[in-house]
Structure formats: structure tokens, C-alpha cells
Design a protein around this ligand. Structure first.
Ligand SMILES: [Ca+2]
Ligand SMILES: [Ca+2]
Ligand SMILES: [Ca+2]
Length: 217
């Protein structure tokens, strides 16, 4: 005669199952947390990069537009390689008649240090960047009508990739160039700008733009 089989119902989980499940859940939660954190950091960095890209392009366009009307012979100093220049004074034509140009007052675009963060290797204003500065457009230089317009803030002291060591660290043909750098080759004036900012993670973000314009002889 066949004995009836007795099946016992399992109640709950074994300790091993609980430990394993908890470990798996922990790993999953950690992975999700890290992914979220990583995504959040990337998002904040991306936002700052986008803002810098738009801002640096806007400034570059303004500088290029301002200088485009100037004649190459009126550029002071002559921003020749390998040093280039972080300041450029130019004159725009007032009138053109009988084959001759009457030049107007001088204007200047240059990199300037801030009074609150002078050129001393120290981040005096504690914005995260030592000796960062501004790009200034000065019209009617030396006249009673002189005006000064700040075109950009957060300008890196040296162009991205460049350190002050007598070398061309970023391999662009210029040595120790500033965050605003002009160089003239023939009638082609190249303008380079690096803007910097801290993103919401506290990380440094930089954006560099450049353009070349033809200046008139
Ligand atoms: Ca300083
Ligand atoms: Ca600073
Ligand atoms: Ca360089």
C-alpha cells in the first residue's frame, strides 16, 4: 500500500536567500544612484559648456566686427607671431574721397586685469581662476568722448592649453598668448578667445573660439 506523501509548505525565506537578495538590491540601488549622479554632473557640465560656447561666440563676433573696418597699416602694435598681442588699437575710415581715406579716431580692444584680481598669480577675488580678466572695447581713445565697454568677463589669463613658460604649449604658433590673442599673417588677422567658468559641480569649464578676418591694407 502506498503511503500518502506529506508536503510541507515553506514559510518565508532562508537567511541565505535574504542576504543574497539584499546584496543584489544594494548593488542595483548603488548602480542607479551612481548613474543618476553621473548624469546630473554631466548635465550641469553641459549646461555651463553651452553657455560658454554661446557667450564666447558672441564676444568673438563683436570683436571681429569692431576690427574688420580697421586698416592693417593702422593696427598697433603689429600682432606678429610668435608673440601676437592681447591688445589691438585700430582706426576706422571716416570718409573716402579722391582715392584717399580720412581716418577717424582710434579704438582699442584689449585684455585687462580686474582691480579686484590683479596680475599677481593669486585668485584675489576667489572666483576659482587666478588673474582672469575682461575684454574691453575702448572707442575714441584719448579723446574727451572716450567710451569703455566690457565685452566679456571670465576671460582666461592665458588661452586654453597655454601656460606662461616661454613655450607654445597648445601648438597654435603663439607663445604664452593671453585669453584674448591677436595675430596678423599677411592681411589675415586671427582672433582667439578663451572664456572660463565654474559649473554647478564646482568643476572648471573652458571654451575657446577663433576666427580669421581680412583687414584692409
Ligand atoms: Ca590676482
Ligand atoms: Ca579670479
Ligand atoms: Ca600657444
Amino acid at each position: 500500500m502506498r503511503r500518502p506523501s506529506i508536503r510541507r509548505k515553506r514559510a518565508g525565506f532562508t537567511l541565505v536567500e535574504v542576504v543574497v537578495s539584499s546584496a543584489v538590491l544594494g548593488v542595483l540601488l548603488l548602480a542607479v544612484g551612481l548613474t543618476t549622479l553621473s548624469g546630473n554632473r554631466a548635465y550641469k557640465a553641459g549646461m555651463t559648456q553651452n553657455r560658454l560656447a554661446v557667450e564666447s561666440q558672441r564676444v568673438l563676433d563683436r570683436v571681429a566686427d569692431a576690427i574688420a573696418m580697421g586698416g592693417a597699416s593702422g593696427l598697433t602694435p603689429n600682432p606678429a607671431a610668435p608673440l601676437g598681442s592681447s591688445t589691438l588699437t585700430y582706426r576706422t575710415p571716416n570718409t573716402y574721397s579722391g582715392g584717399s581715406i580720412t581716418w577717424g579716431a582710434s579704438s582699442r580692444v584689449d585684455f585687462q586685469y580686474l582691480a579686484r584680481d590683479p596680475n599677481n598669480g593669486v585668485d584675489d577675488d576667489r572666483d576659482g581662476f587666478a588673474d582672469d580678466g575682461v575684454i574691453v572695447l575702448t572707442r575714441d581713445v584719448g579723446l574727451a568722448t572716450e567710451t569703455r565697454t566690457v565685452l566679456a568677463r571670465g576671460v582666461r589669463e592665458y588661452l586654453e592649453g597655454e601656460t606662461p613658460n616661454g613655450l607654445d604649449d597648445n601648438a597654435n604658433g603663439l607663445v604664452d598668448e593671453r585669453g584674448l590673442a591677436f595675430v596678423l599673417v599677411g592681411d589675415q588677422l586671427t582672433i582667439r578667445i578663451t572664456l572660463v567658468a565654474r559649473d554647478d559641480n564646482g568643476a572648471t569649464q573652458a571654451n575657446t573660439v577663433s576666427t580669421s578676418i581680412k583687414v584692409r591694407n
